[in-house]
Design a protein around this ligand. Structure first.
Ligand code: NAP
Length: 283
């Protein structure tokens, strides 16, 4: 199969590695020629160009650009795609993307591989990034069954765990487990940075170890990605932030009132609840 990757960054490059390893011919299109050259040099794609006509033989095209440029990118690609090409995106938000792209291309299906890293760009791409991670498709009533089947087969070659839901369900679910953590982690880093005693701040920076590394990872990631999550999933993120604020207020009240048994009971509940979200091997 010929696979087109639009936007050769962390996600696009990582998909390229795995599709090539599965024996597909991978063609890349990106905005900058340096990125295209690097993607070829790294073997993430077989060929790459800043000319979208490179995609005209692609059977399936993965749109891996930032969310904010997806619609304009697809509009500019349309004259260069083969009429029966399947188009999918990897964006972290689905309702806004599906609403804007589905009317443009009949063989479009929204998708989201749930894997990432704190660093962005083609140099951060890595083979096997999606192994064992969820990959969700968000088909609608308009989705072609054969297009969905082809994508499901490709997702299988990534060794991801396949899921399917509506775009709205996706956005509500990821607001809590992906977009909220970015904002919480960012506010954690900002809070620690507000230490007013310079010597204590320096000490805290030196003492920060595995716990801070885990809890600050997503807040220290790609700022453009965090902005796009908030901008395009605003309502669901706000809902999650409000619920989170209530949880934080409850914990602050327990500490203020020295209700240590109640605090321990809550931490017991969260210790159990975490297992429902995180597989034991990933703990
Ligand atoms: P990234 O590493 O910054 O890659 C995006 C790439 O798109 C850039 O390398 C850039 O390459 C290219 N690009 C930018 N504007 C373009 C345009 N107008 N036309 C063509 N190429 C363009 O970002 P990423 O983390 O891979 O994210 C890409 C998408 O994946 C986003 O929609 C994001 O929501 C989604 N996603 C991200 C993660 C994550 O954790 N990072 C996880 C799942 C899904 P040039 O150098 O050529 O400009």
């Amino acid at each position: 199969m010929q696979i087109g990757i639009v936007g050769l960054g962390l996600i696009g490059g990582s998909l390229g590695f795995d599709f090539r390893a599965a024996g597909h011919r991978v063609l890349g299109f990106s905005r900058q020629s340096e990125t295209c050259q690097l993607a070829v040099a790294l073997n993430a794609v077989e060929e790459a160009s800043i000319d979208p006509s490179i995609l005209n033989t692609a059977d399936v095209v993965f749109l891996c650009t930032p969310l904010g440029v997806m619609q304009q990118t697809v509009k500019s690609l349309i004259p260069h795609l083969s009429a029966d090409a399947i188009l999918t995106d990897v964006g972290s938000v689905k309702a806004a993307v599906v609403e804007s792209l589905e009317p443009l291309w009949p063989q479009f299906i929204g998708g989201h591989p749930m894997a990432g890293k704190a660093i962005a760009g083609i140099s951060a791409a890595q083979p096997g990034l999606f192994i064992g991670r969820p990959y969700v498709l968000t088909p609608t009533a308009q989705t072609s069954l054969s297009a969905k089947t082809t994508l499901m087969q490709l997702i299988q070659t990534l060794r991801s765990k396949y899921y399917e839901c509506s775009p709205a369900q996706h956005d509500r679910a990821v607001a809590g487990i992906s977009h909220l953590p970015v904002m919480v982690s960012a506010s954690l880093i900002a809070t620690c940075g507000q230490e007013s005693d310079a010597a204590v701040l320096k000490l805290a920076q030196a003492l920060a170890s595995s716990g801070f590394q885990d809890t600050s990872r997503v807040g220290g990631g790609n700022p453009e990605l965090g902005r796009m999550m908030a901008q395009y999933n605003r309502e669901e993120l706000l809902r999650s932030l409000q619920t989170y604020r209530q949880s934080l207020d409850r914990i602050a009240a327990l500490v203020e009132q020295c209700q240590w048994d109640e605090l321990e009971a809550l931490l017991n509940q969260t210790q159990q609840a975490r297992k429902q979200f995180v597989d034991p091997p990933n703990c």
